[in-house]
Design a protein around this ligand. Structure first.
Ligand code: PEP
Ligand code: MG
Length: 594
């Protein structure tokens, strides 16, 4: 914690996730599991706060001892050892004494003191090379969680009242995608996190909230105090803490200008997306939850290009039943009124994990994720397929399969779908008999063996977030290598270009549904490479439409060819720059200055 040392102004830098300016007061939070109130206690309240803390430690000690005494004789030996370990952690001064010092010296409430100390220890464990020892971090978190639950007396509400939310900027060390999805129920002014890359799922959900946000700030949470005044410049990735009046006024003016521009853009909502030379382009929306469909409609999306269905499975103790899933899919399809709705089958694993699931794999991004997980868990997969097929009667559902790499994965998936159809036929349950099945191209191996993909599947969708991650060997969640994450790397562009060409040649639809689809620096290049379907966050859709409306496709195609032939990075960069900034007419579109 940074104590209330000074009101000095300072600036921090990170990677902008969503543009715009947010001005508000800092609200420090931990991961939702450790979400606690942060408040300063009065001088005469310190003794009482220490008592509250000690009582919780004592209660957990007696709980653990009680559990230990009652371990059944038939229980595995590890059970006793596990409880011993937790008792040891509890007795360690790092957990039972240091938080007391924080309460005394910094006057933080007991919950806050405990969580801060736990996070400090957890960060040290993250540095440990040995995977077994590193895993012990989970034990420390479990003990801390127990102590938090045992804390007597009512702490203030963990989240502020909705009336204050629009004035608050959430400051966190790290948030999981599951934490972030909970924030969809709130209306915060902005977000900053210490960890994370711009295409991590946490950032993706933050972007879908359409509020200024920055990730990869490194030390923001430690340097900022609760309630300090903050300005986020989401486009530049800059956070200003305790701005002076002049800076504040300047950013308020910029915020008003951006808002005015956003309102102007709305006039493009019902305009058909076509290039200057008349090529129509489909601009669809990415959603995480059924309620996001409202934003997609507001932005004038012509379909849902990616519904990340796994978000229905997070933040809950048990999996959603078939009927619950069916209702969720049907709700989206109905709301889209006949427009295509592409629902991706479960992409669980890596950073999106089910509550209470097994400990992380050694390298989760390369582990049992997405279709690999579904094929290994046929019951979960079949339940989802049944729900999807049943919902397909209510509109135009397309099934999208994530993380395909092998021909046998395609075969197995198609066989699972055929089996589900046969089961529904047997039970006389209707479904869309011509439902299309597509595959995500997000592993280089898929982009390099497209023949089988276009032969077996009805459409392709390029997941650039993972395609870039796996091509460049850059963990998309790791801000330490975020500077190497380059969507315009020649190898990435080569894979994208050949996927688009192969699909177009085979007469199969192809889209880009990764973050690159909403990146204005890539719009014209993708159009020039032959892409006609883009799927992105609703909040990005109108700016991309403005870019499409201002593009001369013939010159974009010629320029894209030149770019793909150019190997000199500087020359290539210049050509890309020229392509992006050609004043083809975008400046005239809707009177909005680009
Ligand atoms: C992608 O990888 O580009 C993609 C769209 O899927 P996700 O971001 O959910 O992994
Ligand atoms: Mg992906």
């Amino acid at each position: 914690m940074a104590g209330k040392l000074s009101e000095a102004s300072f600036t921090l830098h990170g990677a902008g996730v969503f543009g715009g300016i947010a001005i508000g007061h800092a609200h420090l939070i931990s991961s939702a599991r450790f979400e606690v109130g942060h408040y300063e206690i009065a001088e005469d309240g310190i003794a009482g706060e220490l008592q509250r803390f000690d009582a919780a430690i004592e209660q957990v000690r007696s709980e653990l001892r009680g559990l230990h005494a009652n371990v059944p004789a038939s229980a595995p030996a590890e059970m006793g050892a596990f409880l011993d370990l937790h008792l040891m952690i509890l007795a360690d001064s790092n957990l039972s004494v240091v938080p007391r010092t924080l309460i005394q010296s910094r006057r933080c409430n007991a919950e806050w003191a405990l969580v801060q100390q736990m996070e400090a220890i957890a960060a040290q464990f993250d540095e440990i090379e040995d995977p077994y020892l590193r895993e012990r971090k989970n034990d420390i978190e479990q003990v801390a969680e127990r102590v938090l639950k045992a804390m007597p007396g009512k702490a203030p509400e963990t989240l502020p009242s909705p009336a204050r939310e629009h004035d608050l900027i959430v400051v966190a060390h790290d948030l999981s995608p599951a934490d972030m999805i909970l924030f969809k129920q709130h209306e915060f002014a902005g977000f900053v996190t210490d960890l994370g890359g711009v295409t991590s799922h946490t950032a993706i959900v933050a972007r879908s909230l359409a509020i200024p946000a920055i990730v990869g700030m490194h030390n923001a949470r430690a340097m900022i105090c609760e309630n300090e005044l903050l300005i986020i410049d989401g486009r530049e990735g800059v956070l200003i803490v305790n701005p002076n009046q002049q800076v504040l006024d300047q950013f308020r003016r910029r915020r008003d200008l951006i808002e005015a521009e956003r309102l102007k853009l709305r006039s493009l909502r019902s305009r058909r997306a076509a290039t200057l030379d008349g090529q129509v382009v489909a601009l669809q929306a990415n959603i995480e939850l059924p309620q996001d469909v409202e934003l997609a409609r507001e932005a004038g999306a012509t379909g849902i290009g990616l519904f990340r269905s796994e978000f229905l499975f997070l933040n809950r103790a048990s999996l959603p039943e078939e009927d619950e899933q069916f209702e969720a899919y049907r709700q989206v399809v109905k709301a889209m009124e006949g427009m295509p709705v592409t629902i991706r089958t479960l992409d669980l694993g890596a950073d999106k994990v089910l509550a209470g699931s097994a400990p992380q794999a050694p390298n989760p991004a390369l582990g049992l994720r997405a279709i690999r997980y579904c094929l290994a868990e046929p019951q979960i997969f079949q339940t989802q397929l049944r729900a999807l097929l049943r919902a397909s009667c209510s509109g135009r559902i397309r099934l999208l399969i994530p993380m395909l790499a092998h021909a046998h994965e395609i075969d197995q998936t198609l066989a699972a779908i055929a089996q589900t159809k046969a089961e529904l036929d047997e039970r006389g349950i209707p479904y869309d008999r011509s439902i299309q099945v597509g595959g995500m191209i997000e592993i280089p191996a898929a982009a390099l063996s497209l023949g089988y993909f276009v032969r077996k599947l009805d459409f392709l969708s390029i997941g650039t977030n993972d395609l870039i991650q796996y091509t460049l060997a850059i963990d998309r969640n790791d801000d330490a290598v975020a500077h190497l994450y380059d969507p315009l790397h020649p190898a990435v562009l080569q894979l994208i270009a050949q996927t688009i060409t192969a699909a177009n040649k085979a007469g199969k639809a192809v889209a880009v549904c990764g973050e690159m689809a909403g990146d204005l620096d890539a719009t014209r290049l993708l159009l020039g490479l032959g892409l006609r379907e883009f799927s992105m966050h609703p909040a990005q859709l109108l700016t991309v439409k403005r870019e499409v409306l201002g593009t001369n496709l013939a010159s974009a195609t010629a320029m894209a060819k030149r770019i793909m032939r150019t190997h000199d990075p500087r020359k290539r960069g210049r050509l890309l720059d020229t392509l992006c900034h050609q004043a083809d007419g975008a400046a005239l579109v809707a009177g909005v200055v680009v």
